[in-house]
Design a binder for this molecule. Structure first.
Ligand SMILES: Nc1ncnc2c1ncn2[C@@H]1O[C@H](COP(=O)(O)OP(=O)(O)O)[C@@H](O)[C@H]1O
Ligand SMILES: [Mg+2]
Length: 227
């Protein structure tokens, strides 16, 4: 199915500074099977856009459609469920709950929807293995390096097999070696049923996406989109 995420005339203003449009009438279709990078100076609205697509934040005006389902921004319960089942999110840091082990951090979001603990744990172990972290499953986040935290965060984001993966500067705090490792894992998650959208300041990683979105002053410019 194409045109999986449609954003239409999306505008975002914040209460404090109503005169400033953080997003200024943005329309775009994200298609399944593709990767999208978002670049732009700090404050250009990258996180705002990702927070709207992840249904964490609500637009001032405009609409979001996910797989032909028009999002009702006031229906928090339904939107939380859509997010839990369909969207995997990775932030720059603080992705993991500090009082839980790596394994618990990964399996808990699945337990919430599957209610089958043993199955959730087995699935989590498999995903942790895929990111090369099997030897750290019982470690707490503060016992893991930045790169290791992000690899566990990726496993966590994948636990409900999301159709949409959103990453907001996922390697912003990592050295080049670990950043490459994380992006390698991220690009390997590409498949024909999935959309991957990431914000980054790194040109090299941004250029690896199928489509580049440049943000500036609340507007977007699309580069090398194939449709
Ligand atoms: N909760 C908020 N209240 C008021 N202004 C905000 C809020 N969140 C973000 N902004 C403003 O919106 C603009 C875009 O922020 P953001 O989306 O975080 O940019 P980026 O991720 O590109 O650095 C910035 O000018 C920021 O100050
Ligand atoms: Mg940001």
């Amino acid at each position: 199915m194409n045109n999986y995420i449609k954003i239409k005339n999306l505008t975002k203003k914040y209460e404090k500074n109503k005169s400033i449009k953080v997003l200024n009438d943005i329309s775009f279709n994200f298609e399944t099977g593709k990767t999208y990078s978002i670049m732009g100076p700090s404050g250009s609205g990258k996180s705002t856009l990702l927070n709207l697509i992840s249904l964490i934040d609500t637009p001032t005006t405009g609409s979001i459609e996910i797989s032909s389902n028009r999002i009702k921004s006031n229906n928090k319960i339904e939107n939380d469920l859509i997010r839990a089942k369909q969207i995997g999110i990775i932030y720059q840091d603080k992705n993991l709950l500090s009082d839980f082990t790596a394994l618990e951090n990964v399996y808990l979001p699945n337990l919430l929807v599957s209610k089958e603990k043993q199955k959730s744990i087995e699935l989590a172990k498999k995903l942790i293995k895929n990111v090369g972290m099997s030897s750290r499953i019982n470690h707490f986040p503060n016992e893991l390096s930045g790169g290791e935290n992000q690899r566990i965060a990726i496993a966590r984001a994948l636990i409900n097999n999301p159709d949409i993966i959103l990453a907001d500067e996922p390697t912003g705090n990592l050295d080049t070696y670990n950043a490459k490792l994380v992006f390698e894992i991220l690009f390997n998650l590409k498949n024909k049923n999935r959309i991957i959208i990431f914000a980054t300041h790194n040109r090299y990683f941004a250029n690896m996406a199928d489509c580049k979105i440049m943000m500036n002053d609340g507007n977007v410019q699309i580069i090398n989109a194939t449709s």
